[in-house]
Design a protein around this ligand. Structure first.
Ligand SMILES: NC(=O)c1ccc[n+]([C@@H]2O[C@H](COP(=O)([O-])OP(=O)(O)OC[C@H]3O[C@@H](n4cnc5c(N)ncnc54)[C@H](O)[C@@H]3O)[C@@H](O)[C@H]2O)c1
Ligand SMILES: [Zn+2]
Length: 378
């Protein structure tokens, strides 16, 4: 098992990464000093519940915790005010109090929703993240919690740090292939914005990582979490530096939203978004062309899409981008790469340039680099 810390003064917390951690969850809770008389509400989705909820509840009950559960439908649609209200209703019915804990068992959807419940229930109670997707190594760290609004993703949310993140590598064994690949997009993002050596290492270890070899996976997630933890420690509320983590997300979020969150997984949108941002950088400075090439190669290596889908209405994407939180005073601001391992945030992008980059990267050949629809569970 490996451990690192997100340093935020009194709100600092550990991230544990290792094999079969859910099977010793009770001990991990007790060792963390969590009092046995605190009520625990485990929030999870239907898919994850089938695999891991029995272990989690059994572990916690055996160690004396009063455990309640809330199972939401799987998928991005559950990041809604409606599902949020249902979970809050259950929390009230189970008489959770200020000392109670919310435990998020699942991917980024469960983490974001359960975290927002924890952030707002009785003006905020504690919560613990038990991520079960590869992508959630990213979403479970940093304290951004939210639900979506029909007009935009993550529009209703808060900063609410967890008290602990416990990442059980074993849980990835049941994750559909497509979700694994999606998760690697955020690992690649962390390398691309921060650490060229890590980027090269990912290239070398791609095969082992795709086979989910535990030792390399643990190393990859440790480094990826370390980069995120460092950035978050420096700028918790995204006044500046934390914006680097949005690399690929302006276009990524717009594409996800364009398809009603049905066609693209989050990481797939981010993968395309990173390539578009790199193309913009290359249009502004031909020397940056190498970044696009290196990034495209690595993304393809991990089976991720690198082209803007042919059927997308680019003007509609632009419209969606104007609703994004990252737009200020009508200016589209993006994170652009300088080289592998370094990016610049707050770059004002003329809409024409953005359209040009997306148009150039359109999947005109029709040969879809996108993972076939219907694969996985989406
Ligand atoms: N808060 C943040 O900082 C942050 C960062 C990145 C992404 N996100 C958010 O994360 C969300 C995406 O998260 P995600 O990709 O984990 O999606 P997800 O939570 O929808 O999980 C993907 C699918 O895998 C299933 N699943 C989860 N764990 C499983 C397991 N171990 N075995 C089998 N099936 C399993 C889920 O039921 C779901 O169908 C998006 O809403 C995105 O906005 C948030
Ligand atoms: Zn993301």
């Amino acid at each position: 098992m490996r451990q690192l810390t997100v340093s935020l003064g009194k709100r600092s917390y550990p991230i544990l990464i290792g094999e079969s951690l859910l099977k010793s969850l009770g001990d991990l809770f007790r060792n963390a000093g969590i009092d046995r008389n605190r009520k625990i509400l485990v929030v999870t989705d239907q898919h994850v519940a089938a695999h891991y909820l029995p272990t989690v509840t059994e572990q916690l009950q055996r160690h004396g915790y009063p455990v309640y559960t809330s199972i939401i439908p799987a998928g991005e649609q559950s990041k809604s005010l409606q599902v949020y209200e249902q979970v809050i209703t259950q929390a009230i019915q189970y008489e959770l109090d200020r000392r109670s804990l919310v435990v998020a068992l699942g991917g980024g959807v469960v983490g974001d929703l359960a975290g927002f419940v924890a952030a707002t229930y009785m003006r905020g109670i504690g919560f613990i993240q038990l991520p079960t997707t590869l992508l959630a190594h990213d979403s479970s760290v940093g304290g951004k919690v939210a639900v979506n609004h029909a007009l935009g993703k993550n529009m209703i949310g808060a900063f609410h740090q967890p008290q602990m993140v416990i990442f059980d590598l074993q849980a990835l064994r049941t994750l559909p292939k497509r979700e694994i690949l999606s998760g690697f997009a955020e690992v690649i993002k962390h390398a691309a914005i921060w650490d060229e050596t890590f980027f090269q290492w990912l290239t070398k270890q791609a095969d082992a990582l795709l086979r989910l070899r535990n030792d390399v996976l643990e190393d990859a997630l440790y480094r990826s979490c370390q980069i995120k933890a460092h950035v978050v420690s420096e700028d918790e509320r995204e006044a500046g530096l934390r914006k680097v983590l949005n690399f690929g997300h302006t276009v990524g979020h717009a594409l996800e939203s364009y398809y009603g969150y049905q066609r693209l997984a989050h990481g797939e949108g981010v993968a395309i978004g990173m390539v578009v941002a790199s193309r913009i950088a290359a249009l502004l400075n031909p020397e940056a062309k190498q970044v696009e090439e290196a990034l495209t190669d690595l993304l393809l290596r991990f089976g991720l899409p690198v082209r803007v889908p042919a059927d997308v209405d680019l003007n509609a994407i632009l419209e969606l981008i104007y609703h994004d939180k990252k737009v200020t005073h009508g200016n589209i601001k993006m994170v652009l790469p300088v080289k592998i391992g370094q990016v610049q945030y707050d770059q004002v992008i003329p809409p024409k340039l953005l359209l040009q980059a997306m148009d150039e990267l359109r999947d005109n050949a029709g040969s879809t680099a996108l993972v076939q629809e219907g694969e996985g569970q989406r």
